[in-house]
Ligand binder design. Sequence first.
Ligand code: DP6
Length: 338
Amino acid sequence: MSTTPQTELWRRAAQTRQATALAHPNIAFIKYWGNQNDNLRLPANPSLSMNLASLHAITTVQFDDSRPADSLTINGQPVTGPGLARVSTSLDLIRAEAGLKLPAQVTSASNFPVGSGIASSAAAFAALAVAGAAAAGLPASGSSLSRLARRGSGSASRSVPAGYCEWLTGSDETSVATSIAPPEHWDLRDVVVVVSQAHKAVGSTGGHSLAATSSLQAARVAGAADRLAACKAALLARDLPAMGAVIEEDAVIMHGVMMSSRPPLYYWTPETMAIIQATQQWRADGLPVYFTIDAGPNVHLICDAAHAAQVEAAARQIAGVQRVLVSGPGGAARLIDR
Ligand code: DP6
């Protein structure tokens, strides 16, 4: 999309107070659920994910003293209220670090459908952090960009580095994501099986604050580092059966916490369960594929590139499946030439 070097784009952004960034959403193999500090988005446990190359958000930030206040447009629609306030909070962090007082115009668009079972906030806040920091003249530091993205949406921290990324627990300064392997390390596929495009009754932010009301959350958090270590070792060794077993376990443990929260969060529908059972049958029949599920009913089927077409075709046969999206591993959030 852009051949201009990043250093040149960062230089121009600081000069013109304007920048455009592209970021991919990510799918977590080891889940983030619950915070130690909701305000700072310091997670209860470390997590691990893969960026999704075929999907992206593109965001432009322009600091402009002729504007009365921040403004936001998403996919061509002006956004006010809580949506704009959340973006302004991220911009305030950037402005404070840069010693800047200018309002900003933010324009964002994504190439994936809303309600497709992909968390749009990860790509959107990663792109906002990169474009906003560049336009404000901040340095292109991966860890501070991941931190800025995290403050907007926790999982966005993992959309800043490339490929397969681990987000650590820690303090506001140290809880950032780093790449553990580039996208070229392993040509995995996320086959996203969409069974509902309805807006969730309780989104991730509301869900995180309920996590601690489940008596299972302490056990989930206590085991997360071991599951992450097992997942990371299997990922680095390109061992899909070992990785698949731990990602399924981790997703089901997270949903156990959700279902046992007060009030409970039941994201699964009968179609979700049908796909879980189909996945077990496909595996018994020799097709190497494993599931994971985020805060919604849609199922992400993880397999290698060689089996993706077969997995996609099998998923389309299941009653109630509305659409199927397929993506390989994606790169880092970055500035693009506009
Ligand atoms: C289930 O990052 O969307 O997808 O920080 O409130 O924006 P906020 O939450 P978010 O939570 C993601 C939850 C998850 C698991 C994961 O991606 O790790």
